[in-house]
Design a protein around this ligand. Sequence first.
Ligand code: ZN
Length: 659
Amino acid sequence: MKKSIIFIGIALIALSACQPKKQAFDYTVDKFYDLEILRYQVPEFDSLSLQQKTLVYHLTEAALHGRDILFDQNGRYNLRIRRALEALYTQYKGDKKSEEFVNFEKYLKRVWFANGIHHHYASDKFQPEFSQEWFVNACAEAGVTYDEAILPVIFDPTVMPKSLSLEGEDLLLASANNYYEGVTQAEAEAYYEAHKDNSAEPLWVGLNSKLVKENGQVVERVYKVGGMYSAALEKVVEHLEKALPFAENEQQRLVIEKMIEFNKTGDLRAFNEYCIAWVKDLDSRVDYVNGFTETYADPLGITGTWESLVNFKDMRATHRCQTISDNAQWFEDNSPTDKKYKKEEVKGVSAKVITAAILAGDCYPATPIGINLPNANWIRKDYGSKSVTIDNITHAYNEAAKGNGFNEEFMISPEVIAMYEKAGACGDLHTDLHECVGHGSGKLMPGVTKDALKEHASTIEEARADLLGLYYMADPKLVELGLLEDEEAYKGFYYQQMMNGLMTQLVRIEPGKDIEESHMRNRQLIALWVFKNAKNNEVEMIERDGKHYLLINDYEGIRRLYGELLREIQRITSEGDYPAAKAMVEEYAVKVDQDLHKEILERYEKLNLAPYKGFVNPVYTAHYDAEGNITDVTIDYSEGYIEQHLRYSRDYSFLPDVN
Ligand code: ZN
């Protein structure tokens, strides 16, 4: 008896000694100009098997080795510039507190963020806030050498002013990015036209190449081992080959093999085979994207920008969605819609929530919160596509936003803020209801087609899925199913949804503009409809010191109104009632209250929040046994923004200055 007590006592001491007091995870890393750097957690990494961790590790290495490719695609001087800046940064001899050096550091941080010298979103060239003279002298003092050609590219605002221009007589000449060189737009278009593949399973000609002129002829320089970007792609292939033995199943093995083949040969047939194999791989927990993918940066929309994302299925979200899907019929039967519009037999869909393990190339530092691939329409039509949301990234955005003053500015009272903070899980749960049963619920009347609501179809459809989720957020069924702990949790969430739809989402709209995007339209539609149809003072807008605030008096009443609107939106959908859809959208979804908008923008601007956000990655360390086998992979979150980029430039940079 006594022995075991001592034993427990020692165990407890040992535990508390080796586990430092649990600290809240710090989501924010850095902030400069219009950019904020965050970090994200990779929950459930430890739940992966050693095989899966090893696979993730090799895929993250393959991902990081593509970094230089993106810098060069974004501009042909970018690698030379980045290397000169980093050399000066690390070898600088002067006063690091001087204004020039501080501005120089901010410029370098910006270049890292944009993977080049142009803004990642606006495309405009950064204007350094230090002089050319200072830079030249500082380099001389530090013994840093560089190609003189970079000076006007950095300092002269008229040289390469935009990375991507969609205006001008010749878009290729107007765009500084590096998908074409010495080729006019007309020549490039003629080339693509002549080489277009019109077969049933067309090759994406131009996806993986730069168009240049050799001996007066337009030719493709293909991105492949032995071709353009060979030194980086060799490394990518090396790590994909290391990943191969750890594939979870035959289908995933095929996915990796095809990507290796594509990188080695540049053969677009292999790329198509890779895409098809990837779409079919639904069973693996670990998944990845690695290669020339999105084509937004090419003025002609042909060539893919290099990106990589390594991820794995979020089992908690998968389980959540499974629970909802298993009860899909209950949600259908108990919704406030008219019985004749209900499905007799409804099927939920499976989860599509993933956890990002690494962001790279065009997904880093700025990243999407979801992906939907492949891009080839014929593959999507014949084989389907994968559409996923990246939960841990969204979570990091939300957590970082806490305490930034936003809720304090726009929510009416500390009580409401506290209520909203308690609503935590509701956001994810609402998304699950929207995705897993919302879109799949209800049926169309005979003869009604999916496109009956024409240009308003997507706003109405998003509203329908959102409303189903909103209505059920307040249902005790969710507590009964173990999806929610607190029956009152929905209240804070309702407040936030109403506030967002009526007021705060307007921060993303320019003054004087209407709402265009269908998700934003749907949110205003719902909130404004409820607001205008709240006849019993369920919700009101009050003014305090010239500022407007939302006051909700009756949360159950809001739920009733959501239910009423869902009933009508389902009717519109089921009947294909286009005039009603049009009237609904025009009255509630599009127009913005100009005075309120102006006020919201002013209040938002005073908060001084960065409009663009990006991330640092966690650091993965592989541990090996004497034979060189990986015995464990550990994860660390402590790396800073500058450290990370300097390390990436040191360890993952293999391309020459000029490619
Ligand atoms: Zn949706």
